[in-house]
Write a protein that binds this ligand. Structure first.
Ligand code: SF4
Length: 289
């Protein structure tokens, strides 16, 4: 790997890196996917320290660059070229027809710098040329609207999974303040769905919410919803506990984040408004394609 440059914006560092591989064979949580694809490593959504509930900072990927998780982003500047070659290999071997690609597993593919670099857009365009069975694009960013033309062209080979952890703007401000607002993300979902793109809302991790209001909001803008709690942190809640999430909720006056009744309430409300077929949960939900 070669670093082609480092740029700073505010307290963040952007590292432009050449890579020799694009796709990674999956293992662990994403049992129903064959590959993951991360155009970026790091995160610029988390106000320089990451969201307080973010367990990714405890994973090996957080050590890909010195400094706090949330203060740097590595951009794989030659991603499209490397991906093109790898997709050609999958095409020639016939594997492309069964390839199920999750973009992106540890880092949002629509970091702010994507506006200029267009690495994620470049990957989507490569998928048009060599189309896998399914590509799931996981993001919290309205920037994905820019790529509506390519997403539409991918037709039913693509699922857009938009993270929306709560319907409560006060909760969002308290727990993930630099993420796009609830209203803005709902507007993105609505626009994608209206354009014929299959939209999943990912309530993960589920933050304090008003179940009925949340379900009503989601029912109109999404094809389905998947819900996960802090128990889905890859260590059955232990990583979230180590991050001090229980103490943080106490300080903010929220209910116990580890109480399973909150998830049941939201699941029931979502099922009432969307129908149980459109409501998924946990690891199996994330692996439904
Ligand atoms: S936006 Fe996602 S990856 Fe970034 S700090 Fe928040 S939870 Fe972690």
């Amino acid at each position: 790997m070669n670093d082609a440059g480092v740029e700073g914006v505010g307290s963040r560092r952007y590292i432009l890196r050449e890579v020799s591989r694009a796709l990674t064979r999956t293992g662990g949580f994403l049992t129903n996917f064959t590959h993951t694809l991360n155009p970026y490593v790091g995160c610029a959504f988390g106000s320089g320290h990451g969201c307080p509930f973010c367990y990714v900072r405890m994973l090996p990927v957080a050590k890909a660059y010195p400094g706090l998780w949330g203060s740097w982003v590595i951009a794989k500047i030659n991603l499209a070229k490397v991906l093109a070659a790898e997709l050609d290999v999958l095409y020639q071997s016939g594997e492309i027809q069964s390839a199920r690609i999750f973009m992106a597993s540890s880092t949002d593919p629509y970091q702010g710098i994507e506006r200029e670099l267009k690495l994620t857009r470049g990957a989507l365009i490569e998928f048009l040329r060599r189309t896998p069975r399914k590509v799931l694009v996981q993001t919290r960013s309205p920037l994905i609207e820019r790529d509506l033309d390519v997403l539409r062209a991918l037709k039913d080979s693509v699922i857009v999974s938009l993270t929306l952890e709560t319907d409560d703007e006060n909760v969002r401000r308290a727990l993930t303040p630099t993420s796009p607002s609830v209203a803005r993300r709902l507007a993105t979902a609505r626009r994608l769905k209206a354009a014929g793109v299959y939209v999943q809302i990912a309530v993960a991790p589920m933050l304090p919410n008003n179940p009925e209001r949340f379900a009503k909001l989601v029912a109109d803008v999404a094809d389905r919803v998947v819900i996960d709690t802090y128990f889905g942190d890859g260590a059955n809640g232990a990583r979230s506990r180590r991050l001090g999430i229980e103490e943080l909720y106490r300080r903010l006056g929220y209910e116990d984040p580890m109480d399973p009744r909150a998830a049941h309430s939201l699941l029931d409300a979502m099922a009432a408004y969307l129908g149980s077929q459109r409501v998924l949960f946990g690891q199996s939900g994330f692996n439904a394609i």
